[in-house]
Design a protein around this ligand. Structure first.
Ligand SMILES: [Zn+2]
Length: 148
């Protein structure tokens, strides 16, 4: 099943990461697929929570904002207590991943201007999938993330 908070794969209604009180609830890392959480966890550079979109925007393939967990992200961030201070956009460095990151950055700035929106630093091979990034490269991309 999917975690009812972050939509990661979970064997309980709320996944272990969302349940873990040592994880910083004020930072949310947005990824395309549950398989993208694993390489980020492996870097040990990230101690916040996740939000899994379930894909990337791709009008050609008929994937529109309503097909992804985008409205759920806005609701989650707006309702968060303690407040979310940063949303890290960790969609893949592909055309659809970049388009999704821009869409989310715009949507978040409009709705929640007080939340800072960041994107992984470049350095990840363009056109690749986070899933296949090595942990050193991905760790550097995470620690060097920049505001959008
Ligand atoms: Zn979760």
């Amino acid at each position: 099943m999917l975690c009812q908070i972050c939509f990661n794969l979970s064997d309980e209604p709320v996944c272990r990461i969302c349940q873990d009180t040592r994880r910083d609830p004020s930072v949310i890392c947005v990824v395309e697929e549950p398989s993208d959480v694993i390489p980020i966890e492996r870097t040990h550079e990230y101690a916040g929570r996740y939000h899994v979109l379930g894909g990337a925007l791709s009008p050609i393939d008929g994937v529109e904002p309503d097909d992804l967990k985008i409205a759920a992200l806005y609701e989650r961030v707006a309702a968060a207590d303690p407040p979310v201070r940063e949303v890290v956009l960790a969609t893949n460095p592909t055309t659809t991943g970049e388009a999704t990151a821009l869409h989310l950055a715009q949507g978040l700035h409009e709705r929640l201007p007080e939340v800072s929106v960041t994107r992984l630093a470049s350095g990840l091979p363009m056109g690749s999938d986070l899933e296949y990034a090595d942990e050193v490269t991905l760790g550097k991309a995470l620690s060097g993330r920049r505001a959008l």
